[in-house]
Design a protein around this ligand. Structure first.
Ligand code: ATP
Length: 496
């Protein structure tokens, strides 16, 4: 139990410290299946197989020594039977190992489908695809059943070959032994001993091979577990990096080009150059898919640029201690997700300094979240998760979380998209105040599709297909009559 606990812990920590690109490749259901079913399978090895193999190996060796002291030829004949058994096992064992690997793979596949469907249950219900999803799950179950049946047939054949071999040995031993007793070559006592020791030896060989097959099954199942454990943690956790005395919030992108590791042929950002002064409020604008969130991902160092460099206060981002830097950055994403814990803990999440209840309430008030939180049955103690709050309420909690951190750099990626106009107006006011407050100056980067949200920004950067095409304040860009003016016109026309 202790070993399995440690195995799970090691596997979980190995997964947690991987690069974000790892999570782009691996499916969540597959990983949870490795943590659950595969580790459980390994517990069987440790709990049963190893000690049974050892015990039977010892028993078999004892029986063999006794057989040898009894008679060399008799011992040899028993050994031949054991040898044949081992040969059959060689094929069977290999087969079992492959089957076990398939079994775990299919279990992970079934898990992945179930996890996806259950977490997207609302979409499934609205589109009425329950039967289709059931069919998708059943496909995996059918594959699992097929592997299971083949495995059972192979086990049956293996058992049959053992029994045939063993029983025929007994019959032959009795026949030949009986004749030898009659002719006076062997005593009845010797024959009885032979039959007993032979039984011990063959049974021990069978049990060893049988448990070995179960062990091989577990080895097959655990291959992926050990592959995951062997992965090196992300570079970000290996190298220490520099900690600055204070983050001023001066950001520079110098000739940054980037493509996602999962799509190497599709460039997302190309030769991006811009800088954001400390305490400036900068907005990033562009049509959907132009690479705005990707810029933020690079700034948060979730991915490394393919070429070019990002600087914070003049230091290359990759040379800074990223965990320390992330503490100085507040981020509110497009679809904030909440943890299944109380609201208080959700607001306090990831904040390393000492936080009191009044700080949490202050942050919630700033984010216009205090009112709805207080109306919940247990107030700040109410346990929530993603499904229990509206989109706007989740965004307000995420904004409160960012405000509480008192960050030097605040990044808002469509952070107010789910808010009603009135709340958005107030929250925007707070964010602007956060930027202008002399005591707590900070750099603010805002991404918003609603251009009214970012009109007042000090500077607006316009992105088009991963390139910076325009830069300036609202008035300058409108005068320029470029992409920004075009987007602005479309939105004002739509409103009119
Ligand atoms: P939106 O306004 O809709 O949020 P955006 O401008 O923020 O869009 P990004 O999210 O930066 O756009 O996406 C830019 C491109 O990168 C898109 O074509 C998207 O498909 C691709 N992309 C985003 N995330 C990944 C990822 N993890 N792996 C591969 N490609 C990705």
């Amino acid at each position: 139990m202790i070993l399995v606990m440690r195995l799970r812990e090691t596997l979980y920590s190995s997964i947690l410290f991987q690069d974000i690109s790892f999570f782009d490749r691996e499916a969540v259901g597959d990983l949870t299946s490795r943590l659950g079913a595969d580790c459980q399978k390994l517990s069987h090895v440790i709990g049963n197989d190893v000690h049974l193999i050892l015990r039977n190996a010892l028993q078999g060796t004892g029986a063999l020594i006794n057989l040898m002291t009894l008679s060399w030829p008799l011992a040899l004949s028993a050994l031949v039977i054991c040898f044949i058994l081992s040969m059959i096992f060689l094929f069977y064992g290999q087969y079992q190992k492959r089957a076990a690997k398939l079994f775990q793979e299919y279990t992970a596949g079934a898990n992945e489908v179930a996890q996806e469907t259950l977490s997207l249950m609302r979409t499934v219900r609205i589109y009425g695809t329950e039967r289709k999803e059931l069919g998708r799950y059943k496909q995996w179950l059918d594959k699992l059943a097929f592997v299971n049946i083949r495995e059972s047939v192979a086990y049956g054949l293996w058992n049959m070959s053992f029994n045939t071999l063993y029983r025929s040995t007994q019959v032959i031993a009795l026949l030949l032994g009986g004749m030898s007793i009659l002719s006076g070559h062997v005593s009845p006592e010797q024959l009885t001993k032979y039959v007993l020791y032979c039984e011990w030896l063959i049974y021990a060989t069978w049990r060893v091979t049988d448990n070995l097959s179960s062990l091989l099954q577990s080895v097959g199942a655990s291959e992926k577990v050990f592959q995951l454990i062997d992965l090196l943690p992300s570079d970000q956790f290996l190298s220490k990096g520099v900690k600055l005395q204070k983050v001023m919030g001066h950001i520079q992108f110098v000739n940054v080009t980037f493509h996602y590791p999962s799509r190497l042929t599709v460039p997302i950002l190309e030769h991006v150059n811009f800088s954001v002064k400390a305490n400036e409020v900068v907005a990033i604008v562009g049509i959907s898919g132009s690479g705005k969130s990707t810029l933020v991902n690079l700034l948060l160092r979730l991915y490394e640029p393919s070429s070019g460099q990002i600087y914070i206060d003049g230091f290359p981002l990759r040379e800074l201690d990223i965990r320390w830097l992330r503490e100085k950055v507040g981020f509110v994403g497009q679809e904030p997700h909440l943890f299944h814990m109380d609201i208080k803990s959700n607001i306090r999440y990831g904040c390393s300094r000492h936080i009191e209840q009044k700080d949490i309430e202050w942050a919630a008030k700033q984010a216009y979240a205090n009112e709805f939180i207080s109306s919940l049955p247990d107030g700040y103690e109410t346990v929530v998760d993603d499904n229990l709050l509206s989109g706007g309420q989740k965004q307000r909690i995420a904004i409160a979380r960012a405000i509480l951190r008192d960050p030097a750099i605040l990044i808002l990626d469509e952070a107010t998209s789910a808010l009603d106009s009135e709340s958005e107006h107030y929250v925007k006011g707070v964010i602007r105040a956060m930027g202008n407050d002399v005591k707590a100056k900070r750099t603010v980067i805002v991404i918003a599709h609603r251009l009214s949200t970012i009109k007042a920004a000090d500077r607006i950067i316009v992105l088009d297909s991963g390139r910076v095409v325009e830069m300036g304040d609202n008035t300058e860009l409108l005068l320029k009559d470029g992409l920004y003016a075009h987007l602005f016109k479309i939105q004002t026309d739509a409103l009119a």
